[in-house]
Design a binder for this molecule. Structure first.
Ligand code: THU
Length: 160
């Protein structure tokens, strides 16, 4: 038996003010996408904005459904739209903002496990890291230099 330690390095910023202008501008687009989320059941609104290597910016938000499992998270809405419209582009950055309508969300909200798996698919396909930034409505912003850093032990096509 041997013990294996898995480490992830994240950068935590006190607020958006500490980030470069391009990331702030992308996050502002994520805020706007978050405002347009359709989340009448959870009241938890999430927005995501992606920067592609063709300079396109694609946004998405969570879409809920009366049949709850039919809903989709913001991150997958955004990345599926991006890769469906620009199949040859690489995704450079994904920024995410989430907030509840019931209280102010001040803690950084990371993408759920299912979204990490979906994003990992495209990071592996493009062979270049996708930078991820996530936050609540306000407060600290967390940066991960890649998706793989958020999903150790990924299940990928190499085992199929
Ligand atoms: N949600 C996202 O959009 N992204 C995540 O990574 C976590 C959860 C959405 C799904 C659902 O509409 C609401 O937040 C509450 O789970």
């Amino acid at each position: 038996m041997k013990e294996v330690i898995i480490e992830s390095k994240l950068h935590v910023y006190e607020s958006l003010d500490e980030l470069p202008e391009d990331v702030v501008s992308l996050m502002q687009k994520a805020f706007k996408a978050r405002d347009n989320a359709y989340a009448p059941y959870s009241k938890f609104h999430v927005g995501a904005a992606l920067l592609l290597d063709n300079d396109e910016i694609v946004t998405g938000n969570n879409q809920e459904n009366a049949s709850y499992p039919s809903g989709l998270c913001a991150e997958r809405t955004a990345i599926y739209y991006a890769v469906s419209q620009y199949p040859n582009a690489k995704v450079l950055k994904m920024v995410i903002s989430a907030g509840s309508k019931n209280k102010l969300t001040t803690t950084p909200i990371p993408p759920c496990g299912a979204c990490r798996q979906a994003i990992a698919e495209y990071e592996i396909k493009q062979k270049e890291p996708i930078e991820i930034y996530f936050m609540g409505e306000t407060g600290k912003v967390v940066k991960s230099h890649s998706l793989s850093n958020l999903l150790p032990l990924v299940f990928d096509k190499s085992v199929l």
